[in-house]
Ligand binder design. Structure first.
Ligand code: PLP
Length: 418
């Protein structure tokens, strides 16, 4: 209760203390910062998280989508630092499971600030949501309605529709969302079951690259509002989902302009607009630093090992890094990522062909194949920017290689704009 009386800046200061956040002075480069961490910590890999990035993204969100409440998609990066910083800012949360709901509730978040945005829910999780008064949730099929009728009849339901997701890297339409032709039936069934449908949601797909996706999805939402009106159901919530880029401001401004204009054109003022941004907040906040733990010289033509007899111009290298696709680089497998290695100490050697492997005993553990970087030696460090989204979230400890620790910093931000 006392926390509620604090200002945003005071709440943030408390979080910074808890996370042991260090100030990131503007004259300090990422290379300096990683190098100073190497001296202090005996680690082979670690994240540098800049919470200043999250604060700047928050300010940008408020400027471009002032009427849209962000429900941070916890699945994107459930690191406690991100969750706590967003909580201090007053964010709401999109949770996909009982564990995510529990994590967010444990931060002291009010249940009205959570949407349980997984259209296919476990009964145990539904019961948990009911016990903790997390009422707002998505659905997109009949059996889900039947489950909700039985286990959480007073829930507030958001119908997830399937928009055109062809303009996104990660398409969800094959798994989730009801087709527009089937919406009327589902709404009618919900009404017959005395369930309360409050709104409509969509997700254009993660990594969306064309604003037309939001434009056409919002038109579909409006037609569902009209169907509901025919059934005397009054909807009052539109959830525009995620899909916003974390690093491309131009794209973000284009998408948000479409959302602002289209929602103003199609919906009454009393309709609440929310969103479920994930990578928008997380992607650029984390940089991963990793060391080279082993190295193998191979002959370009036959891929065999000829360390001494292979002339320099016929060599290529296999490097083995301290983190791989079973860990933070699972984004290579699951998120179409092509991580870009940067040498911590710039080299004047010519780039040579190489493959970057992770540390496990599995040959599928490849971070980048046939890339080019100047020759490295064991103990050299590489860093990879833009590693905050869909990285640690699905990292395993396969072979005993545990996810790297996170060191928190805060770059300069005009906090008065928060
Ligand atoms: N909402 C839902 C239901 C999702 O499935 C996802 C991503 O998988 C998100 C939001 C977050 O998407 P993004 O990271 O593209 O913003």
């Amino acid at each position: 209760d006392q926390q509620c009386l604090l200002t945003t800046i005071e709440k943030l200061d408390l979080v910074k203390k808890e996370l042991d956040v260090k100030k990131w002075e503007s004259n300090v480069t990422i290379q300096d910062l990683i190098t100073s961490s190497l001296d202090k910590n005996d680690r082979d890999a670690f994240f540098v998280a800049d919470i200043g990035v999250i604060l700047k993204q928050w300010i940008k969100w408020k400027k471009n989508l002032p009427g849209v409440t962000p429900y941070y998609a916890v699945k994107c990066n459930p690191t406690v630092g991100i969750l706590k910083v967003l909580n201090a800012l007053g964010s709401s949360y999109d949770c996909a499971s009982r564990t995510e709901i529990e994590t967010v509730l444990n931060l002291g978040v009010d249940p009205t600030r959570i949407i349980y945005a997984n259209p296919c829910k476990q009964i145990s999780a539904l019961k948990f949501a009911r016990a903790h008064n997390v009422k707002l949730m998505t659905f997109d099929n009949v059996s889900e309605l039947e489950k909700i009728e039985k286990f959480f009849p007073e829930a507030e339901l958001v119908l997830r529709i399937a928009p055109d997701d062809s303009k996104s890297l990660m398409r969800f339409g094959t798994k989730f969302g009801v087709h527009i032709e089937d919406c009327f039936d589902l709404l009618e069934m919900a009404k017959e079951m005395n369930l309360k449908v409050v709104g409509v949601s969509f997700h254009v797909g993660s990594g969306c690259f064309d604003s037309i996706a939001y434009d056409s999805a919002l038109t579909m939402v409006k037609s569902v509002f009209d169907m509901a009106a025919k059934l005397d159901m009054k909807l009052n919530l539109v959830d525009v989902g995620g899909g916003f880029s974390g690093s491309n401001t131009e794209l973000f401004e284009t998408f948000t302009k479409v959302i602002r204009e289209k929602t103003a054109e199609l919906f009454d003022k009393d309709v609440r607009i929310i969103a479920e941004p994930g990578r928008y907040f997380a992607a650029s906040s984390h940089t991963l630093a990793v060391t080279v733990i082993s190295k193998r010289i191979i002959k370009q033509e036959d891929n065999r090992q000829h360390p001494r007899r292979t002339s320099n111009n016929m060599r290529q290298y296999n490097y083995y890094l301290a983190d791989g696709v079973y860990g933070s680089f699972n984004n290579v497998q699951f998120d179409h990522a092509k991580p870009t290695p940067i040498l911590l100490k710039p080299s004047n050697k010519q780039p040579t062909p190489c493959t970057l492997f992770g540390p496990t005993c599995d040959s599928i553990d490849v971070i980048a194949r046939d890339t080019q970087i100047p020759e490295l030696k064991i103990g050299d460090w590489l860093y990879f920017p833009e590693m905050g989204a869909y990285t640690t979230a699905s990292a395993s400890s396969f072979n005993g290689f545990c996810p790297p620790p996170v060191y928190y910093y805060c770059s300069e931000v005009d906090e008065s704009a928060l």
